[in-house]
Each structure stands twice: as structure tokens, then as C-alpha cells.
Write a protein that binds this ligand. Structure first.
Ligand code: NDP
Length: 252
């Protein structure tokens, strides 16, 4: 297992870095965005619910951290033009991108495949893999401009070993694991971009509570407790690691 849960991130680890976090309004994405900002990064908060992004923005401002940016975007309706407009805006504002955490995710239904709704299947694939892939394509020139860029895709245990009833969610995470290998291999020769996958493991969030309604949330690590591997992957200490799979916590 490739896990850095004991990593002690130095205070200025992400100073001067521009890092985009998707799904930054809630759960793990919110905690990661705050932690990146607390370690010196300028964070771009992307998500579908503006009010949640504004709350995270206000928290960052209240702590006197580098001023963040907000980018409302819903992967369900987003078009290629939206991704390219976003890249243009980021280019004008910052001129480069040093970190990209693909964290937004949709669970879909946990149900036998025989009953899986095709429209929901498409929706989950759109949010979990297709949208993030085309967004990454639009952002590649900005990542190439960075001296040290880290792209992290969020996976899951069911993206590494299939499990009954997990349907599109599981398949989208397998696709994620495949995609990071393809892209990592393509950018390897550039030397300044790394692309890895990260499985958060069981974490106390809304999505986990929906997937496991009978579970006591108090038995789970909080988003804040699983962040050392996120910080390690976004900072310079993970240089040279490309196309690898990481876990944010040891198996339970
Ligand atoms: P949450 O449901 O708490 O957060 C998911 C985030 O994704 C929210 O901010 C949500 O926005 C955003 N999002 C959902 N759909 C869209 C969309 N269409 N467009 C843009 N943003 C969207 O989940 P977690 O924090 O638990 O999950 C974060 C990641 O970790 C996911 O990729 C998940 O698959 C993965 N994961 C989580 C585990 C866990 O135990 N929690 C275990 C393994 C993997 P909004 O708040 O507006 O709904």
C-alpha cells in the first residue's frame, strides 16, 4: 500500500502554488481546499453549489490565507466550451496551474446491475470520469506551464476491486485508474507533470453516509484526518511519482 498518513507537511509546503479543487464545497474537497490554503496555496474552488463554495471562500478569507477564486461548474451540464473558457480565465488570472485535485464525485445507486437505470449510469460516468477528463484536456497547457504540476484523480476501493451492486460508480473509478496510467505515460517525458490516483478510504462524509446508512459515522476518520497524503501529493515531496496509486489511509 502506498500511503503517507504519517506525512508531516511543513507550513509553507504549497506557497505560491495555484491549485484547483473540484467538489470543493463539501466533504473531502472542502477539507482539502482549506488545508491547501493553510499551507500557502491559492486555491480555485470548483463545484456545483455556489453557496457552499462561498462559505469555503469566506472561511479562507477569514483566516487571512491567500485569496481564493470561485468557479461554479456542474459536470452534468458542462460543455467543452465551459472547460476552455475556464482555462482561458485561469490563464488570464494566474498564467499557470500547479495542482489539480479531481475530487467531485457522484455515487449513483447501489443496486443490482439488472435494475440499474441507464440515464443514471450515464450521469455518474459524466460526473466521475468524462467531465474530469475533458476538463483536464483543456487545462493541460496551463499544467505544462508550471515548473512542478501535480494532477490527482480520486479513486475508491471499488475502483481497484469490483463489488456487486456498485455499478457505474465502481466502473467510473476503474476508468479513473486506467486514465491516470495513460496520461502519466504521455506526460512522463515532460518531467514537470505527475498524474496519480488517490483512494481516500472510508471517510465521514455525506456520500459515505448515503452508501452505508447503517454505519456509525463516529467509527470513521474525518476528511481532516486523511489529508497528509493529499498534501504530500500536491507538494514537491512527491516529485518523481507518476502513474501510481495511493491510499489516504490504511485499510480498516
Ligand atoms: P461528498 O458527497 O461529501 O462531496 C462530493 C462533492 O462533489 C460535493 O462537493 C459535490 O457538490 C461535488 N459534486 C457532485 N456532483 C457534482 C457535479 N455534477 N458537478 C460538480 N461537483 C459535483 O463526497 P466525499 O467528500 O465523500 O467524496 C469526495 C470524493 O472521494 C469522491 O470522488 C468520492 O467518490 C471519493 N471517495 C469517498 C469515500 C468516502 O468514504 N467518503 C471513499 C472513497 C472514495 P455539492 O456539495 O454541491 O453536492
Amino acid at each position: 500500500m502506498n500511503c503517507k498518513i504519517d506525512y508531516q507537511a511543513p507550513a509553507g509546503l504549497l506557497k505560491e502554488r495555484i491549485i484547483l479543487v473540484t467538489g470543493a464545497g463539501d466533504g473531502i474537497g472542502r477539507a482539502a481546499a482549506l488545508a491547501f490554503a493553510r499551507h500557502g496555496a491559492t486555491v480555485v474552488l470548483l463545484g456545483r453549489t455556489l453557496s457552499k463554495l462561498e462559505t469555503v471562500y469566506d472561511e479562507i478569507e477569514a483566516e487571512g490565507l491567500p485569496q481564493p477564486a470561485i468557479f461554479p461548474l456542474n459536470f452534468e451540464g458542462a460543455t467543452l466550451k465551459d472547460y476552455h473558457d475556464m482555462a482561458e480565465t485561469l490563464d488570464k488570472e494566474f498564467g499557470r496551474l500547479d495542482g489539480l485535485l479531481h475530487n467531485a464525485g457522484l455515487l449513483g445507486n447501489i443496486t443490482p446491475f439488472a435494475q440499474y437505470n441507464p440515464a443514471l449510469w450515464e450521469q455518474v460516468m459524466q460526473v466521475n470520469i468524462n467531465g474530469p477528463i475533458w476538463m483536464t484536456q483543456a487545462l493541460l497547457p496551463l499544467l505544462e506551464t508550471s515548473p512542478d504540476a501535480s494532477v490527482v484523480f480520486t479513486s475508491s476501493g471499488v475502483g481497484r476491486k469490483g463489488r456487486a451492486y456498485w455499478g457505474a460508480y465502481s466502473v467510473s473509478k476503474f476508468a479513473t485508474e486506467g486514465f491516470i496510467e495513460v496520461l502519466a505515460d504521455e506526460v512522463e517525458h515532460l518531467g514537470n507533470i505527475r498524474v496519480n490516483s488517490l483512494n481516500p478510504g472510508a471517510t465521514r462524509t455525506r456520500m459515505r453516509a448515503t452508501a452505508y446508512p447503517g454505519e456509525d459515522p463516529e467509527t470513521l476518520r474525518t476528511p481532516e484526518e486523511i489529508l497528509p497524503t493529499y498534501l504530500w501529493l500536491m507538494g514537491p515531496d512527491s516529485r518523481g511519482h507518476n502513474g501510481e496509486r495511493f491510499d489516504a489511509q490504511p485499510p480498516r
